[in-house]
Design a protein around this ligand. Structure first.
Ligand SMILES: Nc1ncnc2c1ncn2[C@@H]1O[C@H](COP(=O)(O)OP(=O)(O)OP(=O)(O)O)[C@@H](O)[C@H]1O
Length: 894
């Protein structure tokens, strides 16, 4: 057992220092605020002693709920924060100094005083921690500080300004860790206070009706304290105590009707309520001693704080409440949450990090001892002629042999750790062999994380085709997780600029990036003789990352380097591309399966675990109708679910989105089922043979399309169907002012392969939708800003950008040939722009389309026809109809 002062460290494999301890729960009432006083609101709650708060109002509801609640500590509205700290938080904060992890939460409805309480507690704790350090010069202390917020389910570093979403990783020894979270080694107390003020300024704050300075995120401040006895500092037998304390200021639960949220606030409120619902469910399950199926992973908050919820951290929860009658419902919810929390036990324990060298030495000694004993026993056994004694000894030898093997294994492991740089291994009093560090989640873990997000993003077709592509057991990577989170942020964006609409329908505009550079570096559009502009190639790796698929470049590199694909690579292996699917019969089965699963999952996830809450509620009521607290807890959850339900209803769009997505999914499945692909169409050669190449005539200008196809002579029913759809799409592209790069990209994808039908249909539906929106068949909420004219403007900009690019991509001679071919006077002004303005304008002329595609492909660097991965379309083609409000019912527009 290791002692804190570090005099000696005796490792005892049998010992466990963990001890069970219930979560400490306190209630803090704040005084009525000016707004409440102004409305003549009355105070419903009173603390009658240090542990009991009573409901003192004589209204009718009194009889329906308990009138008194008891907790570890309650604080009245006149109690200063110092007292709250001393009585409810101090011992938890200071336990970090003795190597125990701890967490102090503030929980409560919006505007009830969580931030007020937590900021005071954090400051007092910092002062006390430094006071302790000053008084213990015999130990060397190192303090590290990190801070994060969870805003709209995105984890952000509060010590940096870049706002990059951080990934959560699973470490077998440390649990959930936040990748790339800044960890600052603290110099002294004033440095720490400075860091706290940075966090305060960085945190997401917004004004709601109930709180002018409402925290819109969950904030977790983490202070890590490492200490070592100076006497043994750096010595072989030294050990370090390491622990962290979390100061958690949760965002407040809110009834969106009360906060009158809309837009950004509404979105934040939904995220806040949803994550608090998960926290409530976790606490409720733990309070019942159910350790299976606890939904930690349903939210980032519970995932990060898992150690504090039934884990190994000492935990205190301070529930703040407004005593006002107008907040009665929320106050009851808070009390019910608190009642549940006080039944939850954690197993706090001291974390001792044994130095690697000390560990190796310790294990070597133990090994030598056992080997010695074994030797003695063997010689004893040889001299003993009694069979039973012999058997006994043999068993003993076998046992010791096993122990030796185990010890050797541990020694090797410790040695290898001692040799390699990186984090020290965490060794608690029991040394277990753990898996090595991994930054990949397991398949099931990853799916667990991602599944709820799928429903949020409502990316029906992309999801659906991705699932199809990667099979039923699809693996979702953390990158995708991050992608979805980012997308989710745009999900309810109020921005209505045309380019954003384009982004929403078609993913990021590939022209972005070089557009700016083009503008800056090439101001003279008329002059073909200006020096070639160094254009920046489109970053397809990036595009593909956004689309969640592997880039062709990357796969090529991997192939070239002989690198075996990682788990995520396997998922997005282009060889799984639909176009290579040999069996078209597989399509309907797989899709039907995944669609129904997803629809079910969407329904389930949309409002949390409503059905399970209902079921549990029923069971609970039947089982113990007397237990008013528990039934209230269930009631609380139902209320929260109801709140969420109402919130979602308030945002009618969500319903429409679901409907829209389901219609698309079902239609697609049906279409594919109906589309019994002709035998001959499966034979690629036939299709290929049907294509003629008149590209030679266009040798100079169209060199990049040498592998392009002439699809003007359909050879089968399938081909004519394919052609029909393609022409429809091309016309709609024109009608909807769709970016040329997008058209070209899409155009190059297709070879008339039967599997193209899925993509064609998806595209067709998207375009019909946009077309309907543009022509008033569907009335969009933001129809004033989303006009055909505004899209045309964006298209013009794109043409300008492309014209600049011609300088780089074509030689002067090639440009002249092109002007001739396109009947443009080679001496005329703005001839490059003239040419670019002609591209993709004649939807009825396939030759024109082909030439246009060829030029655009060359200008933006699409190297090879058909080489662009279809997966890209999967995600980037996701429309975001959730930003619309429809007047017409969705099915009619399909
Ligand atoms: N115990 C208290 N005594 C005096 N004023 C308080 C107390 N608690 C909170 N307040 C005041 O009430 C207001 C709201 O408090 P605070 O911002 O801490 O609430 P919150 O629970 O963190 O809200 P949100 O969840 O919206 O962020 C602040 O102006 C704060 O100063």
């Amino acid at each position: 057992m290791g002692s804190i002062s570090g005099e000696s460290m005796v490792w005892d494999a049998q010992d466990s220092n963990a001890h069970e301890e219930k979560i400490f729960v306190a209630i803090r009432l704040r005084p009525l605020n000016e707004r409440e006083i102004g409305k003549n609101d009355v105070s419903d709650w009173e603390c009658i002693n240090n542990t009991t708060v009573i409901f003192k109002n004589t209204f009718q509801e009194r009889s329906m709920f308990p009138s008194a609640y008891t907790f570890d500590r309650v604080f009245g509205s006149d109690c200063p924060t110092r007292k709250v700290y001393e009585d409810a938080a101090k011992r938890f904060a200071l336990s970090v100094l003795s190597g125990m992890n701890s967490t102090i939460f503030a929980y409560g409805q919006t505007s009830s005083g969580k931030t007020y309480t937590m900021s005071g507690i954090t400051e007092y704790a910092v002062a006390d921690i430094y006071d302790y350090i000053d008084k213990h010069p015999e130990r060397e202390f190192v303090l590290k500080f990190s801070a994060m917020e969870i805003y709209n389910e995105v984890v952000k570093d509060l010590l940096t300004t870049d706002g990059t979403p951080l990934r959560l990783l699973d470490d077998p020894e440390r649990g959930t860790v936040i990748d790339k979270l800044t960890e600052v080694t603290v110099r002294d107390s004033s440095h720490l206070i400075e860091l706290l003020s940075i966090c305060e300024s960085q945190r997401q704050i917004g004004e709601t009706t109930l709180n002018e300075m409402s925290s819109r995120s969950h904030q977790i401040l983490r202070l890590i304290v490492e200490s070592e006895a100076r006497e043994y500092f750096g010595a072989e037998n030294s050990s370090t105590l390491t622990a962290s304390v979390n100061f958690v200021d949760l965002a407040g639960s809110e009834r969106l009707s009360q906060t009158m949220s809309a837009g950004t606030r509404l979105k934040e409120g939904c995220h806040i309520n949803r994550s608090l619902l998960t926290l409530g469910t976790v606490i409720r399950k733990l309070s019942k001693g159910r350790n299976a199926h606890i939904p930690y992973r349903d939210s980032k908050l519970t995932r990060i704080l898992q150690n504090s919820l039934g884990g190994n951290a000492k935990t205190a929860i301070i529930c703040t409440m407004s005593p006002a009658h107008s907040h009665l419902e929320q106050s009851r919810k808070t009390l019910l949450f608190a009642s549940c929390a006080k039944r939850v036990s954690n197993n706090a324990q001291v974390n001792i990090v044994v130095s690697e060298k000390a560990l190796v030495k310790q294990l070597q000694r133990e090994l030598a001892r056992l080997e010695n004993e074994l030797k003695n026993l063997s010689s004893l056994a040889a001299s003993c002629d009694s069979t039973s004694a012999l058997k006994e000894k043999e068993l003993l030898i076998e046992k010791m042999d096993k122990e030796i093997r185990e010890l050797r294994h541990q020694r090797d492991l410790a040695q290898s750790r001692a040799l390699r740089p990186g984090p020290k291994s965490w060794v608690d009093m029991n040394i277990h062999e753990k898996d090595s560090w991994t930054d990949e989640c397991s398949v099931s873990e990853a799916s667990e994380i991602i599944d709820p997000l799928w429903s949020d993003v409502a990316s029906s077709v992309s999801h659906f085709s991705d699932r199809y592509r990667s099979g039923v057991n699809s693996i979702i990577t953390e990158e995708e997780d991050t992608f979805l989170e980012n997308n989710e942020e745009r999900f309810l964006s109020d921005d209505t600029s045309p380019s954003l609409y384009i982004d929403k329908y078609f993913g990021p505009d590939p022209c972005q990036g070089w557009e700016k550079i083009g503008q800056e570096s090439d101001k003279n559009l008329d002059d073909d003789n200006v020096k070639d502009v160094q254009c920046i190639e489109i970053d397809f790796t990036k595009l593909n990352l956004v689309s969640g698929s592997i880039s062709p470049q990357k796969s090529d590199q991997d192939q070239a380097s002989g690198k075996s694909p990682t788990t995520s690579d396997e998922v997005f292996d282009p060889s799984l591309d639909l176009s290579r699917s040999s069996s078209s019969e597989e399509v309907p089965t797989t899709i039907t399966q995944s669609t129904s699963d997803e629809v079910a999952k969407e329904n389930k996830d949309a409002l949390g675990t409503l059905s399970s809450v209902e079921k549990e509620s029923e069971n609970l009521c039947r089982k113990d109708s007397q237990d008013s607290t528990m039934s209230e807890i269930v009631n609380e959850n139902e209320q929260i679910v109801k709140t969420l339900d109402e919130d979602c209803k308030a945002n009618q769009q969500e319903e429409c989105v679901k409907e829209f997505n389901e219609v698309i999914k079902l239609d697609l499945v049906k279409d594919i089922e109906d589309n019994s692909v002709p035998e001959d169409a499966n034979n690629k050669n036939d299709v290929e043979d049907a294509k003629t190449t008149d590209i030679n005539q266009e040798k100079v200008a169209d060199d990049d399309l040498s592998q392009s196809k002439d699809v003007e002579q359909p050879t089968s029913e399938w081909d004519s169907e394919f052609e029909k759809k393609k022409r429809e799409i091309i016309e709609l592209w024109n009608g909807c002012n769709i970016p040329l790069v997008h058209r070209t990209y899409f155009f190059l994808l297709f070879k008339g392969d039967p599997s193209d039908v899925l993509y064609l249909d998806v595209e067709l539906r998207r375009l019909s939708f946009i077309n309907n929106a543009l022509h008033g068949a569907i009335v969009l909420k933001d129809d004033q800003s989303f006009t055909q004219a505004s899209s045309a403007k964006a298209l013009n900009r794109e043409r300008e950008m492309l014209s600049r690019r011609m300088l780089k991509k074509y030689s002067k001679r090639e440009r002249e040939i092109l002007y001739q071919k396109w009947n443009i006077d080679i001496k005329s002004k703005q001839r490059r722009l003239q040419l670019c303005r002609m591209l993709w304008t004649d939807a009825t002329n396939m030759e024109h389309i082909k030439k246009s595609a060829s030029i655009v492909a060359k200008l933006v660097g699409f190297k090879e026809a058909g080489s662009v991965p279809k997966e890209m379309i999967g995600l980037s083609f996701v429309p975001k109809p959730e930003s619309f409000g429809w007047r017409h019912s969705l099915p009619s527009m399909m």
